[in-house]
Design a binder for this molecule. Structure first.
Ligand code: ADP
Ligand code: ADP
Ligand code: ZN
Length: 213
């Protein structure tokens, strides 16, 4: 069970990936979460990534590919894994395909969560992320039980710097230019499925289970 989540920033990849990972007991690998953890810990990688992230640009491929290729060869990935936010460029997709080829494997599913740009802007403005455990909420669509506080771990939830309106438009442009071509890439590989991401969260999840389950 090796799954790639595709979709614009804010389409709901992380929300769905966490639930799928729980259901199938496979690791959820989010490159955005990995970078944010590195920034928090002040590592070299975090220092290199931060400027790109704050500007809504992609972190260069060479800082991302090895990291993911190493991660998916860890023991906990033996029964599968779910990639959230990787690949984001054609060279990243090619690096992934090659790394898996080398060990006689391939990805099973690429699931594109479709949401139009206007809804994306609304979602990112309302997104709140937990500083403690990485859980995400939406102030209107998916609010926490107690305002400003994570249901899961009790930490503060915040608006990410890169979810501010001035950065969101750039992230969408970057998505359309660099990431959207992956839809055709995985169509050609024969593993692409699309789901309507504008539906309620549970309905989107049910559709995904219909594909992978
Ligand atoms: P979202 O969930 O809103 O799409 P992410 O948490 O996946 O955002 O990513 C946040 C930022 O981290 C991106 O805007 C980009 O700067 C960086 N990033 C994450 N994954 C990648 C990747 N695979 N390649 C390049 N940059 C990445
Ligand atoms: P991504 O990982 O693709 O960037 P997220 O999973 O973080 O996206 O979701 C973006 C925002 O939209 C979050 O605030 C999340 O709570 C909210 N959200 C996710 N799925 C839905 C949905 N089906 N309907 C409404 N809001 C959603
Ligand atoms: Zn939390």
């Amino acid at each position: 069970m090796k799954i790639i989540m595709l979709g614009a920033p804010g389409a709901g990849k992380g929300t769905q990936a966490k639930q799928i990972a729980d259901k199938f007991s496979i690791p959820h690998i989010s490159t955005g979460d990995i970078f944010r953890a590195n920034i928090k810990e002040g590592t070299e990688l975090g220092k290199k990534a931060k400027g790109y992230m704050d500007a809504g640009e992609l972190v260069p491929d060479e800082l991302v590919c090895d990291l993911v290729v190493d991660r998916i060869q860890k023991e906990d990935c033996a029964n599968g894994f779910i990639l959230d936010g990787f690949p984001r460029t054609i060279p990243q997709a090619e690096a992934l395909t090659e790394a898996l080829n080398a060990i006689g494997q391939k990805m099973d599913y690429a699931i594109d969560i479709e949401v139009d740009d206007a809804q994306i802007v609304e979602r990112m403005g309302g997104r709140r992320a937990c500083l403690g455990c990485g859980a995400t909420y939406h102030i209107i669509n998916i609010p926490p039980k107690k305002e400003g506080i994570c249901d899961r771990c009790g930490s503060e939830i915040i608006l990410r710097d890169d979810d501010k309106p001035e950065t969101v438009q750039n992230r969408l442009n970057v998505y359309h230019e660099q990431t959207q071509p992956l839809i055709d890439y995985y169509k050609n590989e024969g593993i692409l499925s699309s789901v309507d991401g504008t539906q309620p969260m549970d309905k989107v999840f049910a559709d995904i289970i219909g594909i992978v389950g």
